[in-house]
Design a protein around this ligand. Structure first.
Ligand code: ATP
Length: 217
């Protein structure tokens, strides 16, 4: 279990917080609006009223114990930037920031933030990918240009071996695991046969996975 702090409990911040809780982590939610904090005090591990532009107030929050701090203040760019500066001054290492505009992104990246999120754009790209590759349930980046994709196995692929399924890409793209009903199968060899309705997790570069996509329809 990890521990996170989410600053700004708007739609994005609260959705991220509740999902982290659902995944078994603890989450301290911070917002300057007492009404918003009151609304979520029962659901979050802890909910705190605090103006995150105030470094001395942030110091009281023991942010050093957080594995990461997510700054989910979108519209008020000044608040977001002052909050990031305060977090940096307090020595917080893992800072993730929601950026609302290109200008916001530029300044945040100059401040040396590890991960800048553009929810609308990222969701737009995901929706387009899902429309383009309907068999892809989910995909995410694991860094170094590598992605993991979760594929729903259709009838046309049922009983194919991994080697047949991946074809020429079988050396570059790796099958990580197969979810079959309630079980999870790891150590997938080339001769492993997938079945209809299996969920197959593959990893590779974006280009390799895109090259493979037409075979998986
Ligand atoms: P949404 O996620 O709903 O799209 P948004 O991008 O419109 O949000 P804002 O509404 O500007 O972003 O901010 C999200 C939350 O951050 C709000 O609940 C707001 O009260 C809180 N917030 C803004 N500034 C600060 C601050 N300085 N300190 C703490 N919380 C703040």
């Amino acid at each position: 279990m990890a521990h996170f702090t989410v600053i700004g409990l708007g739609r994005f911040g609260i959705a991220a917080s509740l999902e982290l809780l659902h995944l078994g982590h603890s989450v301290v939610g911070v917002d300057r609006d007492p009404k918003i904090v009151g609304k979520y005090v029962e659901q979050l591990t802890q909910a705190v009223i605090c103006d995150s532009t105030d470094e001395s107030a942030l110091r009281e929050l023991d942010l050093g114990s957080s594995d990461a701090v997510l700054v989910a203040i979108g519209e008020d760019m000044q608040s977001s930037l002052l909050c990031i500066l305060a977090l940096k001054n307090l020595g917080v290492k893992q800072i993730w920031v929601k950026a609302s505009t290109k200008e916001h992104h530029t300044i945040v990246s100059k401040l040396g933030v590890q991960r800048i999120i553009h929810p609308e754009e990222e969701m737009g790209v995901r929706v387009a990918q899902a429309l383009n590759y309907p068999m892809v349930n989910n995909y995410f980046s694991i860094g170094h240009g590598l992605y993991v994709v979760e594929i729903h196995v259709n009838a046309s692929l049922s009983d194919s071996s991994i080697h047949q399924t991946l074809g020429a890409a079988h050396r570059q793209v790796k099958a990580v695991l197969v979810k079959r009903k309630d079980s999870v199968i790891v150590d997938i060899e080339d001769d492993f046969r997938i079945k209809q309705d299996d969920i197959l997790l593959l990893t590779g570069t974006r280009e390799q996975l895109q090259y493979l996509a037409p075979r998986l329809v």
